[in-house]
Design a protein around this ligand. Structure first.
Ligand code: NDP
Length: 297
């Protein structure tokens, strides 16, 4: 079997187009422009690249982008004061603090200072609790993107066996909540899981969010299963230079799986598209307007 490739790049372009249509409607019919504020502390090169690309795509869909760059040694009080200003700014509907933060700043404290209604990353403890109890929340972008692709490919996910490898707060755990919400039978595997190959072989859906290059080989995959590869790992190429690979060994998994997301071009582009989707959703909720369909869990 050769797997169907789930094209996250094309899917993300559709999501952004859907978002742009809603942004047009909000502007033309209600005089509202959704706004996303991104806070970057320090000069981590990878974070700078992410923030630039988030800002560019925010503007491309017609939303307002506010970038706040703070020195690496900014005090916690100054950062919290900026968040307070953004919480109270009616032109800002979404707030994202780029992680990781420098070590002297308490990430949990900072994230939990964001107004949960503007927490477009979905990391605030209130949103975590709302998601876990099946209530309306802001949903973390990467798992939301995975869910959208799975729903699009399968239609109903009800009754499917899903195995998520990785139990982080930003990917593994919220992914499990979302799949449970769609009535999958969910297993969360991690570094202490016994017989990981045997556990993964039972899955109709495998979500790999481990951070270990090409860790999952094709012979762990049940024939016909759907493989969602969240991993982004940079490895050396034999002739020099580097390339990006996921957490699954794409070539061997694609021989066995029914469908698979590539890296790059799979989950990655969906993450930013879902950030824009969350911002337009937050804007609609803030103004008591109907939420766009298909852009939330
Ligand atoms: P974390 O490091 O926070 O979590 C990794 C998880 O993998 C942990 O739960 C860990 O288990 C588990 N793990 C590690 N080694 C093994 C092993 N040998 N067997 C089984 N489980 C193992 O990572 P993240 O969740 O933040 O990210 C995961 C990957 O996804 C990374 O490659 C990251 O770059 C990528 N990512 C991609 C995004 C995108 O937009 N596409 C967004 C976010 C992340 P334990 O808890 O026991 O230590």
């Amino acid at each position: 079997m050769t797997a169907t490739v789930i094209d996250g790049k094309a899917f993300a372009a559709n999501v952004r187009a859907h978002v742009a249509t809603h942004v047009d409607t909000l502007r033309d019919e209600h005089g509202i422009t959704p706004g996303l504020a991104v806070v970057l502390v320090g000069e981590d090169p990878a974070s700078q690249v992410y923030v630039r690309s988030k800002g560019k795509m925010t503007v491309e869909v017609g939303m307002a982008s506010f970038e706040h760059k703070l020195d690496a040694d900014v005090s916690e009080a100054d950062l919290l004061s900026l968040i307070d200003r953004l919480n109270n700014d009616p032109t800002v509907h979404g707030i994202l603090v780029q992680l990781p933060l420098p070590g002297h700043l308490d990430s949990d404290l900072v994230i939990n200072a964001i107004n949960p209604a503007k927490d477009v990353d979905g990391f605030h403890i209130s949103n975590v609790g709302l998601l876990a109890t099946g209530q309306k929340s802001m949903v973390p972008c990467t798992p939301l993107g995975c869910l959208m692709m799975l729903r699009d490919y399968h239609g109903s996910l009800s009754g499917m066996d899903a195995v998520i490898i990785g139990r982080s707060n930003i990917v593994g755990k919220p992914m499990a909540q979302l799949l449970l919400g769609d009535s999958c039978t969910v297993t969360i595997a991690h570094s202490r899981t016994k017989d990981l190959p045997g556990v993964v072989r039972r899955a109709d859906i495998v979500v790999a969010a481990v951070g270990r290059p090409q860790m999952v080989p094709g012979d762990w995959i049940k024939p016909g299963a759907t493989v969602i590869d969240v991993g982004i790992n940079r490895i050396d190429k034999p002739g020099g230079g580097t390339r990006l690979v996921g957490d699954v060994d794409y070539d061997s998994c694609a021989q066995v799986a029914g469908a698979i997301t590539p890296v790059p071009g799979g989950v990655g582009p969906m993450t930013i598209a879902c950030l824009l989707a969350n911002t337009v959703t937050a804007c609609c909720r803030a103004h008591g307007l109907p939420e766009p369909e298909g852009l939330t869990a």
